[in-house]
Design a protein around this ligand. Structure first.
Ligand code: KIV
Length: 271
C-alpha cells in the first residue's frame, strides 16, 4: 500500500482546483469524530465531510432532516481536532440556510465554532443567491446536486436523478449557475455516469461523485458504508472495502488507492 504524503500542510481550495487541472483524482470520505478523522487524515483522504448523514449513521434516524446545526458544529469540532492535512467540509443541515442572512450566520458558526474550511449545501434555484452571499463573504462553498436527501419528502425516495435528457440538461445548467455564483466544489449524487462525466468536463470547479460514475474529478462515500457496517442492503454505488482488508486503516488506504488509480467506482457501482 502507498505511504502517506510527507506534505502535511492543510489542503486548500486552490490545491483541489490544481488536482482537477493535473487530473489527480480527489479522494473524499465522511467522518464524524476525532479518531476516524485522524485515521482518514493519515491515509491522505483529501476532503473529510461532516455530512448530515450523521443523522442516519450516528443517530440512527430515518433521514437527515432532524439533524441540527449545533449537532453538525459539535461533530465538525471533533473532526477538526483530528485533521492536519485533510480539508474539513461541514454540511449545512436542513433549514439552516433558508435565506442568505441565515445562511451566513449558520456557515459562520460552522467555521468559527466547528473549525470547518468549507460548507456544503444542497440544491440550486434559490440556493444560487445563498452561494453568492457565502462566496461574497469569503466562505468556501460546495454545492450538492443530483439526489438531495434534504428533499426526501418531495422526491419520495432515494433514486437516480437526471436520467432523462431534459433533467440532465437542467442539472448541468444548475451546476453552471452555482459555479458562476462562486461555488468552489460540486458533489453530485446518484446520477448516470455519463452525466457525472459531462458535469466534470463542463465545470471548471472539481466535481466529486457519489454514485455518479468513474469520470468525476473525485469520489466520496459515507465512511460506515465503505466499512460495510451500515445495516441493510447497501446502495449499488457502495463497495465494502473491509471485505478484503486486514484492518480499518487498511480498508481506508485501499479506498484511497482505488479512487486515485480509477479502480473505484467500476461500472458495477455506476448507473
Ligand atoms: O451527508 C452526507 O454524508 C453527504 C454525502 C453522501 C455526500 O452529503
Amino acid at each position: 500500500m502507498e505511504t502517506a504524503t510527507t506534505d502535511r500542510k492543510p489542503l486548500t481550495v486552490g490545491r483541489l482546483q490544481g488536482m482537477k487541472a493535473s487530473r489527480e483524482v480527489i479522494a473524499c470520505l465522511t467522518a464524524y469524530d476525532y479518531s476516524f478523522a485522524r485515521l482518514l487524515d493519515e491515509a491522505d483522504v483529501d476532503v473529510v465531510l461532516v455530512g448530515d448523514s450523521l443523522g442516519m449513521v450516528v443517530q440512527g434516524r430515518e433521514t437527515t432532516l432532524p439533524v441540527t446545526l449545533d449537532e453538525v458544529i459539535y461533530h465538525t469540532r471533533c473532526v477538526s481536532a483530528g485533521t492536519e492535512r485533510s480539508l474539513v467540509m461541514a454540511d449545512m443541515p436542513f433549514m439552516s440556510y433558508p435565506d442568505p442572512a441565515t445562511a451566513l450566520t449558520s456557515a459562520g458558526r460552522l467555521i468559527k465554532e466547528g473549525g470547518a474550511s468549507m460548507v456544503k449545501l444542497e440544491g440550486a434555484g434559490d440556493q444560487v443567491a445563498i452561494v453568492d452571499a457565502l462566496a461574497g463573504a469569503g466562505i468556501p462553498v460546495c454545492a450538492h446536486l443530483g439526489l438531495q436527501p434534504q428533499l426526501i419528502h418531495k422526491i419520495g425516495g432515494y433514486r437516480v436523478q437526471g436520467r432523462e435528457d431534459v433533467a440532465a440538461q437542467a442539472m448541468v445548467e444548475d451546476a453552471l449557475s452555482l459555479e458562476a455564483a462562486g461555488a468552489d466544489l460540486l458533489i453530485v449524487e446518484c446520477v448516470p455516469a455519463v452525466l457525472g462525466e459531462r458535469l466534470a468536463s463542463e465545470l471548471r470547479i472539481p466535481v466529486i461523485g457519489i454514485g455518479a460514475g468513474s469520470r468525476c474529478d473525485g469520489q466520496i462515500l459515507v465512511l460506515q458504508d465503505m466499512l460495510g457496517i451500515t445495516p441493510g442492503r447497501p446502495p449499488r454505488f457502495v463497495r465494502d472495502f473491509m471485505a478484503d482488508a486486514s484492518s480499518i486503516p487498511d480498508a481506508v488506504a485501499q479506498y484511497v488507492a482505488a479512487v486515485r488509480h480509477g479502480d473505484f467506482p467500476t461500472p458495477a457501482h455506476s448507473f
